[in-house]
Structure formats: C-alpha cells, structure tokens
Design a protein around this ligand. Structure first.
Ligand SMILES: C[S@@+](CC[C@H](N)C(=O)[O-])C[C@H]1O[C@@H](n2cnc3c(N)ncnc32)[C@H](O)[C@@H]1O
Length: 257
C-alpha cells in the first residue's frame, strides 16, 4: 500500500495539508511519529511525504520522486547559449502551437517545449497515478527563481490517463504536434534522471497503430523520442531522424503534409 505522511516535526498546517492530500488520493494518512511502527505491521510499498518546504516527495523502492525543472533549465540555458536541442529543432515552434505530450513523465520536456510556446500550450497524459500525483502537485505548487519557468508551467497541463483512451475522444487534427517519449525497456538507454520514475512508471511500447492515432490528431507532425541502439523508430517505419550521436538520443519526425 501507499501512504501519506509529513516530514519530521510538522506544523499543524503541514499535517492539515497532508491529511487533505491523503483524502484526495484516497490513501491512509500516517503521522510521521507512527510511520516506523506502521511499516512494521503493514506492507508499505511507497510513502508520499509532504515536506516543510512544500515539496511532495514519493519514496518508493529506494528512489525519491519529486517535481523539479532542473533538466528543462539546463536544456533551456544551452539553447540560449546557441547549442542545438534536437527536440526543439524537431518541434520548430512558431509559438502558438498546442502540443500533445502523450507520455508526460516528470514533464521536463513539456516544460522545455512550453518555454518556446508563448501563445500556445502543452497538454499531456500520464498513465501512472503516482507520477501524475507528484507532477500535478509540483505544477500547482512549485515556484522557481527563474520567471520563465513559472510562466512556462502555466502553459502546461497534465491529465491522468492512458494516451490511447484519452485520444479516442479527441477529434482529428485537434493538436498541432504530438510528442511521445515512451520508457525504454532497456534502462541502459535511459538517462539517470529517469531513475526515480522507474519503479512506478508504465512501460508501454508504441506501435504502428499508435503512430496512426498520433497522426490522426496531429495537424502538423508527430515526434517520437528513441535511442540510436533501440529499434523503435525502425519498427514504426520512421526515417526522418535527428539527434546527437554523443548522447544517442534521437527524435523521429513524421510530417502531416
Ligand atoms: C520516459 S518517460 C517521459 C519523460 C518525459 N519526456 C519528461 O521529460 O519527463 C515516459 C512516461 O510515459 C508514461 N507512460 C507510459 N505509457 C503510457 C501511456 N500509454 N499513456 C500515458 N503515459 C504513459 C510512463 O509512466 C512514464 O512516466
């Protein structure tokens, strides 16, 4: 089971907020003082900890999962320094696009894309309820010292759903661009920033039917992320590929026109 608690020596307000979260998530609230005893008498798989700094952290199988925009910030700064970011290159943002991020994860790439969509937005689906909770809480409560991060967060929305189910109700051409970054089955291909996600992520593969569905709802193009040594883009028949041989990360692009 998963439970909700606070950090040590919580204020009344923090306990109140954590109890509210436990209600919302329909999970037991366990006071921090009692957590050790509780764990000895119950099978606790994961613990949501509402910290004094307002951060919500999921402790699960030795990992700590929380929302933070650091990966997006590094990539944004690199772009500002003139370096190429292949996701943004593939996106070719005009600034007013509505992008669908099928596999939202921690929303790093959604945030990066939103930074270049001043008049647009990114709407994403995340199938794992645990990742969804952490990221939606973060998008609501996190504030950064960099104003562009706070502004970009306002243009990002995450929905708890499997993308297939969600898209089945979406009309043709509803989005400008569809982006998809599935979990690699082989963690060798995945960056270490994905480690905290791994115990609670959904490991769905993407097939040609999914690509067809992405193309149906996309007005301009579909972008799929993969790794040079992974055969995903070959399996999908995507030939236009850009990326860096240094990182091995590649983005396949299928245009509608
Ligand atoms: C590699 S991560 C995405 C990382 C993301 N691009 C980022 O920048 O943080 C893939 C995510 O997709 C989610 N996922 C996998 N299959 C899904 C599906 N069918 N629908 C929605 N989300 C899915 C996983 O739970 C995981 O969080």
């Amino acid at each position: 089971m998963f439970v909700v608690t606070t950090s040590h020596k919580p204020t009344r307000q923090l306990t109140f907020e954590a109890r509210k979260l436990a209600d919302t998530y329909n999970l037991p609230f366990v006071s921090r003082r009692r957590l050790g005893d509780f764990k000895r008498s119950h099978r606790v798989e994961g613990v949501y900890v509402l910290e004094k700094n307002g951060r919500l952290v999921l402790h699960v199988r030795g990992e700590r999962l929380f929302f933070h925009p650091s990966a997006a910030k590094i990539r944004y700064l690199n772009i500002k320094k003139g370096l190429v970011d292949y996701l943004i290159k593939a996106l070719e943002p005009e600034g007013n696009e509505i992008v669908f991020d099928a596999t939202f994860g921690l929303g790093s790439e959604a945030l990066l894309m939103a930074a270049f969509l001043k008049e647009g937005k990114v709407i994403g689906t995340e199938a794992s309820v645990h990742i969804y909770r952490i990221v939606s809480y973060g998008l609501k409560h996190y504030r950064d010292e960099e104003e562009w991060v706070n502004e970009a967060m306002k243009r990002v929305e995450v929905i708890h759903a499997d993308f297939r189910e969600y898209l089945s109700k979406v009309p043709d051409g509803f989005f400008d661009v569809v982006y998809c970054d599935p979990m690699f089955k082989n963690p060798r291909f995945e960056s270490s920033s994905m480690n905290p996600l791994r115990p609670v992520a959904v490991y769905d593969s993407v097939d040609t039917d999914d690509l067809e569905e992405f193309l149906r709802v996309a007005r301009k193009k579909v972008i799929i992320k993969s790794h040079m040594e992974d055969d995903l883009l070959d399996r999908l028949g995507i030939r236009k590929v850009m990326g860096s041989s240094r990182s091995g990360v590649i983005y396949g692009v299928v245009r509608k026109e």
